[in-house]
Design a binder for this molecule. Structure first.
Ligand code: THU
Length: 159
């Protein structure tokens, strides 16, 4: 038996330290929280992604009285982008969240289902997606969704 040690590295930035293009994307994610339909959770999540050609697409969580029929902000943005710009890889995805007290101090991270969807996009275009997670205490930067999904499952694992 030998142990396998899996490590990840996250960069923790002060918002002001981020490059202008990243600050703009995070701002779009924050604005997108106001497009959430979150009458059941009162938890408002916004996502903004940048495509390779610099187009920005936003998403916000959309809830439903039949709970499983809702969708997270991240997948709303990703599926909108893929539907409109199927030739364009996603380079960066920013996420922000608020509850009834305002924006959260600590960043939230994408749920498991969203991580798997982000992974599929990385796999589809063979290109990593940088993830920026906004909190009032700072912004986490994750360089690839693989860091959030160790031992991940992709198409190639079936062959
Ligand atoms: N939610 C997101 O949109 N993204 C996340 O990363 C976490 C959770 C949504 C789903 C649901 O509408 C609400 O937040 C509470 O879970």
């Amino acid at each position: 038996m030998k142990k396998i040690d899996i490590r990840i590295q996250i960069q923790h930035y002060a918002f002001e330290e981020l490059p202008e293009t990243d600050r703009a994307l995070v701002n779009k994610a924050m604005e997108a929280t106001y497009n959430a339909y979150a009458d059941y959770s009162n938890f408002y999540v916004g996502a903004a992604l940048r495509l390779k050609d610099n187009t920005i697409v936003i998403g916000a969580n959309q809830e439903n009285a039949a709970f499983p029929s809702g969708l997270c902000a991240e997948r709303s943005a990703i599926f909108a982008a893929q539907s409109q710009y199927p030739q364009q890889p996603i380079t960066t995805l920013a996420v922000a969240a608020r509850n009834t007290n305002g924006f959260l101090e600590q960043p939230i991270t994408p749920c498991g289902a969203c991580r798997q969807v982000i992974l599929e996009i990385e796999d589809r275009y063979q290109s990593p997606i940088r993830i920026l997670l906004y909190g009032k205490n700072g912004v986490y930067q994750i360089n690839t969704v693989k860091d959030l999904l160790p031992l991940s499952f992709v198409d190639a694992n079936m062959r």
